[in-house]
Every structure is written in structure tokens, then in C-alpha cells.
Design a protein around this ligand. Structure first.
Ligand code: FES
Ligand code: FES
Length: 154
């Protein structure tokens, strides 16, 4: 076991974690933050995307013990009380999901993308979000939602 301390959704969290446990499994199975989804468990679908120090990562590819001291944000930590994060609100406004399984990863990835500041167009959004798969094919509305937030930020 390795003792690890995170700031998780704004709260200081410490845990003893076996060194082989992924951040995804830690989040889902140890602290029951099941908003972060397991799709492929191999870095190919983006369903497990979370924000670490403001950057987006596939949590299935990260060992939890490697992020000692990090600030980790999952979909559960995005809203400010009853006020949704602008990207969450945009997903609602633009009907950007069907089954919703990919949605937490899509939202965290979109926030990471906006934090990166390199997307300037809808084409950029499609390209830089291409690591987040949606089996329902909601891509058009997902791009609409992210584009709306991007345009509002200009
Ligand atoms: S579950 Fe992590 S990328 Fe698919
Ligand atoms: S909304 Fe169903 S997988 Fe994307």
C-alpha cells in the first residue's frame, strides 16, 4: 500500500492504495465516484476522462499512486452547488447526449480542451475531441455544445 493525498473535487482526500490500482478504479470502487465511466479500460474511448490539475487525462491509463498531491476533478465536482458548469449547461441546452454513458468523459474532455486554449473552430473541436467516442453518435450536438461555450468565451 502507498499512502496518497489528493485534492478530489475540492476536498482533501488521503488513501492507502495498492500501486497497481488505476485512478479510474480508485474513483469508482474506492470513493464511489461512479460518474467517471469505464468503457474500454485501454485508453481508446475517453469515457474515463477526468481533469488533473486542469488537464484532461484518461484515468484508466493512470496509476492512482502516481498522482500524489494532484488536484483531481471528476464530473461530480464541476457544478457549483445548483449551478452547473457552463459546459454541463451547454450539453443540456444542445441535447448533446442520448444514453449518457460517454457524457461525463465528453464534458471533462471539453473543459480540458477549453482550458488548453488551442481550439478556434468547430473543426478544431471535432479534431481535439476525437479521443472521446460516442456509441450513440451524438457528435453533432456535442460539437454544438462545445462550440457554444467556445464562442461565448471569445
Ligand atoms: S475507459 Fe479509459 S479510455 Fe476507455
Ligand atoms: S450518448 Fe450514448 S455513448 Fe454517447
Amino acid at each position: 500500500m502507498t499512502q496518497v493525498q489528493f485534492t478530489l473535487n475540492g476536498h482533501s482526500t488521503s488513501a492507502d492504495i495498492p500501486p497497481w490500482v488505476t485512478l479510474l478504479d480508485f474513483l469508482r470502487e474506492r470513493v464511489h465516484l461512479t460518474g467517471t465511466k469505464k468503457g474500454c479500460d485501454h485508453g481508446q474511448c475517453g469515457a474515463c476522462t477526468v481533469l488533473i490539475d486542469g488537464k484532461r487525462f484518461n484515468s484508466c491509463l493512470i496509476l492512482a499512486v502516481s498522482r500524489d498531491g494532484a488536484e483531481i476533478t471528476t464530473v461530480e465536482g464541476l457544478a457549483d452547488g445548483p449551478i452547473l458548469h457552463p459546459v454541463q449547461q451547454a450539453f443540456l441546452d444542445h441535447d448533446a447526449f442520448q444514453c449518457g454513458y460517454c457524457t461525463p468523459g465528453q464534458i471533462c474532455s471539453a473543459i480540458g480542451l477549453l482550458n488548453e486554449g488551442r481550439a478556434e473552430s468547430r473543426e478544431d473541436i471535432r479534431e481535439y475531441m476525437s479521443g472521446n467516442l460516442c456509441r450513440c453518435g451524438a457528435y453533432t450536438h456535442i460539437a454544438d455544445a462545445v462550440e457554444a461555450v467556445l464562442e461565448a468565451s471569445k
